[in-house]
Design a protein around this ligand. Structure first.
Ligand code: KIV
Ligand code: ZN
Length: 514
């Protein structure tokens, strides 16, 4: 009998706390739907008290996403718990996840309370959550740096107050695997219901690169839920990477004797979706989902692979849903074939979205001989996931030569108006961005700029992501084109369009840079 390990995905909560990530409701919903297809057991959809936007995202996901339990995070205070319940209550199955810090340093310096008060807050929080739903998770934050006796006391109190899941976080990623394994063992000796009637969860951060290792030793010691994120996103160095944990348990099934409900062939697609919506690219040599994870370059390796793939491949790319890139559609493909193919890739577009995506596909087919799945995914990302396009790019011209200051002329359509602006800049991209900002009347600070090629060929599309700070908020923009300057203009405009109509962040000075 293999043991079932529950996968609790916190990409939309801890993952979204990664610096610079700011997803809108539609993007979060799309991620949650993909997580449901991936087969996670729990989606932690957000921290509803933190902002109206987070509340709306969690409640939309609770209403629309079927399958996984939908969890909302709450500090151990009434207002947070009430708000979390409001947000998750419409789900098929809802969970409230409440937490309070238990290490001396957090209790004294951050909470400025004594230990008795902290225990009372934990008990009251769990009891209040229990009044709303049977499924209540409790986390003693910074558990790995907490006094063991106190940890046992507060976990006992949480269970007695009705917690059905106890989560042990290594909040600052400090534990060594043998220490963490020992902590789990000792907790289970003192509280025998952990990992049995009460689910025992772990939540490991990656500050020392040990998040996956620590989660695995905990599972080997009887933990039956792992909290993790796609691509290892999360606070600071991130959380344990879902794809690594799952593929370790899958590839080493006979040694580990653990199973999950994850459909592994959805992993690659999920990783790409998260990367494209968050703007966090995946490092080339990242385990499982990095571009090179299945690439073999040395002569000896490729020779071995040609003779027998298992000489150098411990898992197949197909296992994570990574099919060979192949020509799938061409210039002559019609709307019907295009739609059928999108459906095969898991995208259900409404008719207006389909029209836009098909138009983009036809334009691309004129420029690029081979259109692959990656190209199609990029089109969907760019054309469909845009916010209302207040400004549309109508015309772009750039003049740039050695020893001359580059200039860009841009024409943007806003309704019936055609607005034109010429600017110079430090480079052609800078000139383009300045012209767009001037037309939209939106000064912006460029926080990051990233360009990559979608496929490997010379006629590949450039995929540009920019992170802009506008009126005290961050906006991610993405644009694709076979012309990198045009892709940059589209990405910049995408971020500007997201910012249109959004009021400045409270307490922030309007940024007048650029
Ligand atoms: O890292 C942490 O301690 C957390 C808790 C809220 C579970 O994210
Ligand atoms: Zn965390």
């Amino acid at each position: 009998m293999t043991d079932r390990v529950y996968i609790f995905d916190t990409t939309l909560r801890d993952g979204e706390q990664s610096p610079g990530i700011s997803l809108n409701v539609r993007e979060k919903l799309e991620i949650a739907e993909q997580l449901a297809r991936l087969g996670v057991d729990v989606i932690e959809a957000g921290f509803p008290i933190t902002s109206p936007g987070d509340f709306e995202a969690v409640s939309t996901i609770a209403k629309k996403v079927k399958g996984p339990i939908i969890a909302g995070l709450a500090r151990a205070v009434d207002a947070d718990i009430d708000r979390a319940w409001e947000a998750v209550k419409a789900a098929e199955r809802s969970r409230i996840h409440t937490f309070i810090a238990t290490s001396d340093i957090h209790i004294e310096r951050k909470l400025k309370k004594n230990k008795d008060e902290v225990v009372e807050m934990a008990k009251a929080a769990v009891a209040r959550a229990k009044g709303y739903t049977d499924d209540v998770e409790f986390s003693p934050e910074d558990a790995t740096r907490s006094d063991f006796e106190f940890l046992c006391r507060i976990v006992r109190a949480a269970i007695d107050s009705g917690a059905t899941v106890i989560n042990i976080p290594d909040t600052v990623g400090y534990a060594l695997p043998e220490e963490f394994a020992d902590l789990i063992k000792q907790l289970r000796e003192r509280l025998p219901e952990l990992g049995r009637e009460v689910i025992l969860s772990v939540h490991c951060h990656n500050d020392l690169g040990l998040a996956v290792a620590n989660s695995l030793v905990a599972v080997a010691g009887g933990a039956n839920q792992i909290e993790c994120t796609i691509n290892g996103l999360g606070e600071r160095a991130g959380n344990a990477a879902l794809e690594e944990l799952v593929m370790i348990m899958d590839t080493r099934a006979r040694s580990m004797n653990k199973t999950t409900g994850i459909k592994t062939d959805e992993i690659s697609r999920t990783s790409k979706l998260i990367s494209s919506l968050t703007g966090y690219s995946v490092q080339f040599n990242k385990a499982i989902v990095g571009r090179n994870a299945f690439a073999h370059s040395s002569g000896i390796h490729t020779d071995g692979m040609l003779k027998d793939r298992t000489t150098y491949e411990i898992m197949s790319p197909e296992r994570i849903g990574l099919a060979e890139s192949r020509l799938i559609l061409g210039k002559t493909s019609g709307r019907h074939a295009f739609r059928a193919h999108l459906e095969e890739l898991g995208h259900q577009l409404d008719s207006a979205e389909l029209d836009r995506a098909f138009g983009q596909f036809k334009t691309l087919a004129d420029k690029k001989a081979q259109i692959t799945n990656e190209d199609i995914e990029a089109i969907v990302a760019e054309e469909v996931r845009t916010v209302t396009e207040t400004y549309k790019l109508e015309y772009l011209s750039v003049a740039s030569a050695t020893d001359e200051t580059p200039t860009a002329t841009i024409k943007l359509r806003r309704g019936v108006e055609l607005l034109e602006q010429t600017n110079d800049g430090d480079g052609p991209v800078d000139a383009v961005c300045k012209a767009i900002s001037a037309i939209a009347g939106m000064p912006a600070t460029l926080l990051s700029y990233n360009v990559s090629a979608i496929t490997g060929s010379l006629d590949a599309q450039g995929d540009v992501t920019v992170n802009l700070r506008i009126n005290g908020r961050n906006y991610l923009g993405r644009g694709i084109s076979t012309d990198i300057i045009e892709a940059s203009a589209k990405a910049y405009l995408n971020a500007i369009n997201k910012a249109v109509g959004v009021s400045p962040a409270p307490g922030e000075e309007i940024d007048r840079e650029l």
